[in-house]
Design a protein around this ligand. Structure first.
Ligand code: ADP
Ligand code: ZN
Length: 313
């Protein structure tokens, strides 16, 4: 492979599993490993063992991208940059991920949330290719949003957490929601566990015409209403286990979004709320995009990806 197609390593650190990839793009993956997410030390040691093997192999990586469940400290000025912040996940709070891997491997590192990584992967290779302003939303165990504005995931003192915004409730619905922090935020109303809690049985057991879906569509449309007004994304990609399994949600969400906007904003032509182009590869490829962005930023390349990653060299 030419120098313009560097081999990079990617770690998607999820709540239940980690996917590690070696390669350059979704179409050129040289190796893939899956590791369960357990206690931090065991999990990080297992990731290091995979990366050690790749580093010593015939195609060593020149950069590393880590797309992790949050919340994360992404402030480059913070002494705890690269650490997990206030996660409810047992044992992981305050754990240093990016610094530990950087000290061990000494390559440029791109570090961001799993949804920001997935959004950047969709921008490089998926349904948002060529766009500089768009959103990637996952509706699964949680609801996460990677909102990309001018080629960068939005964020300031921290990454954005739009899945937890509070919304106008559907008329007549006063179910309290299940978010331990906010009750009826979007995640508390429309994530897989929220749907299961409302149904009293697994979300997968609801029929496509179950009365729960209009309520889920309403909550998601409220989130998208907010995204449209805040950042005017050109496209909203909606993935994750719930969207993948319940495609009837797409027309329902589009209709609810248009109703909520009430003609105030004219949305771009086309579906506007559509499935991610990389499907379930969007998450695992997030680390590849972050690693390539880190390289681009270091080389000061003004082309795609330059300056988008939260990097450490
Ligand atoms: P994660 O968010 O952990 O990465 P997924 O994106 O795969 O995982 O989403 C998992 C969620 O998807 C679970 O909460 C589950 O309830 C939900 N889910 C799985 N299958 C279905 C289905 N057939 N219908 C609705 N929800 C489903
Ligand atoms: Zn919440």
């Amino acid at each position: 492979m030419e120098p313009s197609h560097p081999i990079v390593a990617s770690v998607e650190l999820g709540g239940t599993k980690c996917v590690c990839l070696l390669g350059h793009s979704p179409g050129s993956i040289l190796d893939r490993r899956r590791i369960p997410t357990d206690a931090p030390d065991e999990t990080l040691a297992a990731i290091e063992a995979v990366l050690d093997e790749w580093r010593g192999g015939p195609r060593p990586f020149t950069a590393l991208g880590i797309a992790a469940f949050g919340p994360l400290d992404l402030d480059p000025a913070s002494p705890s940059w690269g650490h997990v912040a206030a996660t409810p996940k047992p044992g992981w709070r305050g754990i240093d991920i990016a610094g530990r891997l950087q000290r061990r491997f000494g390559v440029p590192i791109g570090f961001d949330t799993d949804v920001d990584g997935a959004a950047l992967a969709e921008g490089r290779w998926g349904a948002a290719r060529g766009l500089t302003d768009y959103a990637y939303v996952t509706v699964g165990t949680g609801i996460g949003v990677g909102l990309v504005a001018r080629n960068r995931p939005v964020g300031g003192f921290s990454h954005a957490e739009a899945g937890h915004i509070r919304i106008a409730r559907a008329p007549g619905d006063d179910w309290p929601g299940i978010c331990p922090f906010h009750g009826d935020c979007v995640e508390g109303l429309a994530s897989g566990p929220a749907i299961a809690s409302r149904l009293g049985r697994p979300a997968a057991e609801a029929q496509p015409d179950d009365p729960v879906w209009p309520l889920v569509a309403h909550a998601l449309a409220q989130l998208f209403h907010g995204l449209v007004l805040v950042a005017a994304p050109r496209l909203i990609l909606a993935g994750g286990g719930v969207m993948e399994a319940q495609p009837q949600l797409f027309p329902m969400v589009r209709a609810a979004l248009r109703a909520s906007l009430a003609g105030y904003v004219r949305l771009p032509e086309g579906g506007y709320v559509v499935a991610p182009g990389l499907g379930s590869l969007a998450g695992p490829c997030g680390g590849l995009a972050l690693a390539l962005d880190a390289l681009d930023a270091l080389e000061g390349e003004p082309n795609e990806g330059a300056g988008r990653a939260r990097i450490s060299a």
